[in-house]
Design a protein around this ligand. Structure first.
Ligand code: BES
Ligand code: ZN
Length: 466
């Protein structure tokens, strides 16, 4: 949807711009240091690295003048930093980001090693470059620019960084609930998403939620010779495949009873705005490397990605997958299944419906178990208020054009909790780009986007306090 007209501010303040230019190489050197720490939250063998990333960030925030604290949780620590010396009556902004990253595997598909940042073609390649260390870093350095140039900030700022976003943010929501007073703010600002296209700055108006499951199918008490038993014993791999194929109907809709009951249609204005965005299925197919697209019949690709739920298999395991052939009837099979949710679907309700569905379609001769992993609620917002206007002006100045409003298919579990508990609007302004390979080999962030993002986010504080 094209952004509403707001007064145009033509330029990033010269003092901030000059400081950011002068410190450009240090800003990237330090980001590279951050990216070299393999803070993979999902892997316990990286727990020490994850703690090291938290400590590193803590130290950087303390160095620019914030009061920083590392707060242990039952999982990975939170880094909380505060600067509260703005003039009386100034608003408070909470900046959220995550310092954990996804596992880098498959390693052999990286052009340069995942934790050895390298720039090629204006792209900074490394795990976490765009998701989310590079984007979190934009805020830290924008704050440093303000403090270095002006000796102060125009608003009070809280920086809250977690190390568990990529594994479901389990310990963050309870922390936010317990420390709602301390985290009280007038706006939350998050950069953990992407722009619609190169040169087109973007503000998010929705995120999908998530419900994640592991489905395990057990058959015979151990693997069997497929010649001696095949044909008479139910095969857990086939039983699982059968269950998985019952999840969708022929028109690409999810066939779990009641699944769509709580789906609230997106406002007509949002759907209309979406149709105006310059999106091409042909380009999208090329970007992902497929000849045809799938999903719900009768919906556009952007509708499918931003406004409709989806059910996907994220991984499968069963039987022999090594070199050559082994004749075996596996005793076990497993699939990881995720549901992306839209307002007002609820992960807990979806869990109940999925369990009932699996129970109904599980063939006799195997035992099927569903284990729920993490979840997160979907989110959508109206985007009116001072923080959004300020952001439109800052993006306009830094990118030379007004932002578009976009939806998003991914999830950031804590966003809904921030809104609900802190009762503050959440501004999601991302600096990634399509094809950035988040969660995949050769993840990158555009160096130009980092530079423009730094300017925009430094300027945002001025504009918000004005
Ligand atoms: N940065 C992403 C979320 C995202 C992805 C926002 C694409 C906008 C565009 C975030 O780090 C992420 O990957 N979230 C997970 C959440 C899950 C593990 C609970 C996701 O969406 O899979
Ligand atoms: Zn991610």
């Amino acid at each position: 949807m094209p952004a509403p007209k707001v007064p145009k501010v033509s330029k990033v303040p010269a003092d901030l711009d000059a400081w950011l230019s002068k410190n450009d190489s240090r800003i990237f050197d330090e980001l590279n240091e951050f990216l070299r720490i393999p803070s993979v939250s999902a892997r316990s063998e990286h727990d020490a690295d994850t703690r090291r990333a938290a400590a590193w960030l803590h130290e950087k925030l303390a160095k620019i003048g914030f009061t920083a604290e590392t707060i242990p949780t039952a999982g990975h620590p939170l880094v909380l930093a505060e600067w509260r010396m703005a003039p009386p009556g100034a608003p408070t902004v909470l900046v959220y980001g995550h310092y954990d990253v996804q596992p880098p595997e498959p390693l052999e598909l990286w052009t340069s090693p995942a934790f050895d940042p390298q720039v090629r073609d204006g792209k900074l390649f490394a795990r976490g470059s765009v998701d989310d260390k590079g984007q979190l870093w934009i805020h830290v350095k924008a704050l440093e620019a303000q403090l270095a140039v002006r000796g102060t900030l125009p608003v009070n700022v809280i920086v809250l960084a977690e190390g568990e976003e990529e594994i479901g943010s389990e310990h963050l929501a309870p922390f936010v609930e317990q420390h709602a007073k301390r985290l009280a703010c007038d706006a939350v600002v998050i950069s953990d998403s992407s722009m619609f296209a190169p040169g087109i700055p973007s503000i998010l108006s929705s995120l999908r939620g998530l419900a994640y499951f592991e489905i395990t199918v057990r058959g015979p008490s151990s693997d069997l010779h497929s010649g001696m038993y095949g044909g008479a014993v139910v095969n857990p791999a086939l039983a699982l495949a059968h269950i998985l194929t019952t999840f969708h109907d022929k028109r690409g809709k999810i066939a779990i009873k009641g699944f769509y009951d709580r789906v609230r249609p997106f406002p007509a204005a949002v759907l209309k705005g979406m149709k105006k965005l310059p999106f091409s299925d042909a380009k999208f197919k090329k970007e992902v490397g497929v000849k045809a697209l799938g999903g719900e019949a009768g919906k556009t690709t952007l509708e499918k990605l931003w406004t409709r739920p989806a059910l996907d298999v994220n991984g499968m395991l069963s039987g022999y997958t090594g070199e050559g052939a082994k004749t075996v009837l596996p005793g076990l099979s497993m699939a990881k299944v995720s549901c992306r949710l839209v307002p007002d679907q609820d992960p807990a309700v979806i869990e109940r419906l999925l369990r009932a569905h699996v129970k109904k379609f599980a063939p006799a001769g195997v035992t099927v178990n569903v284990q729920a992993r993490h979840g997160g609620k979907p989110w959508a917002a109206e985007l009116d208020g001072k923080i959004f206007d300020a952001c439109r002006r800052a993006l306009g100045a830094a990118f030379g054009r007004q932002p578009v409003i976009v939806g998003e298919g991914g999830s950031i579990p804590v966003v809904g909790d921030f809104e609900r508990v802190l009762k503050a609007p959440v501004l999601l302004v991302g600096f990634g780009l399509p094809g950035e390979n988040a969660h995949a080999p050769d993840e990158w962030i555009s160096v130009d986007n980092v530079r423009r993002g730094l300017r925009a986010m430094a300027m945002l504080l001025d504009e918000y306090s004005a």
